[in-house]
Ligand binder design. Sequence first.
Ligand code: XMP
Length: 341
Amino acid sequence: DWSAANIAEEQIRLIREQVGDGKVICALSGGVDSSVAALLVHRAVGDQLTCVYVDHGLMRKNETEQVEKTFGEQFEVPLVVVDARERFLERLAGTVEPEAKRKAIGAEFIRIFEEEAAKLAGAVSDDDAPEGTEVHTSGDVSAEGARFLVQGTLYSDVIESGGGTGAATIKSHHNVGGLPEDLTFELVEPLRALFKDEVRAVGTEIGLPERMVWRQPFPGPGLAIRIVGGEVTQEKLDILRDCDAILQEEIRAAGLYRELWQSFCVLPDVRSVGVQGDERTYGYVVAVRAVTSDDAMTADWARLPYDLLDRVATRMVGEVRQVNRVVLDITSKPPGTIEWE
Ligand code: XMP
């Protein structure tokens, strides 16, 4: 009979059966899928699991801290946090075109995760630390000889890809000095039979904080694809992160967070003239995007209350020095996409 508790128990049993006393590595993103998958595995085999979280500097406010607090401190999961913020910024310098940004971020991400996974599995020595990254660990992160890799694959992903292979191979094609020819992992996929709402129910059941269980979808390339028309810089990331935090705070306070599929800000490379006090300003324009949707295939722009929009705009212009204008995106999908790029 279906209940979140039964599903959790059954998956924990299956993970134990598959993994035995082997070591397991998991790439944690902070999203609900990888978080629930990691927690189930931790329930099943405890400290045989080590999680790796790569901070690419493109996350929203406090998200990295939340992952560290929830997994490192609350659940005491052995955790490696790779601070790769500078490395991503350098890699993105001068890149404006959306697909080029996605490619750069995806490639860099895989490379850093592979380097860490290889180090943890003992396939390369600790001295081969990826350049330009800094690593913080909590708990016992020895994963020597790790053979298993956790993935938060859902039933919908399985259908989309027409079945799965069940094995992941880290190959040495990225020219990372010292990586062995092929480092092969067997996949552990405890969410393979579940829909998103079931994943959330299981997450709630096993104690994942409400904030993480109900987190709105967030693209892998993060804030980088919400800085549009110009290159991604530290200053723009900070402006966008601050505005986004204000929007999230007000939307949560209005009780609308769960009703929206996504809500976020976009920062075009556009300055506009404004006036504040006696002074003429020349500042950034921020766009507010909020949509309702069932599956992201189609979406409707959300009719946010005027007083909420007013608070959001007033706060952004008042609290984020470089911003002097806020606009609202009223395009549905189709013809627009949810993200701007
Ligand atoms: P669009 O903008 O195409 O987005 O309507 C549909 C959904 O996909 C998310 N999205 C991404 N997710 N990597 C991701 O992991 C990406 O590069 C990416 N681009 C878009 C988007 O946030 C929305 O939920």
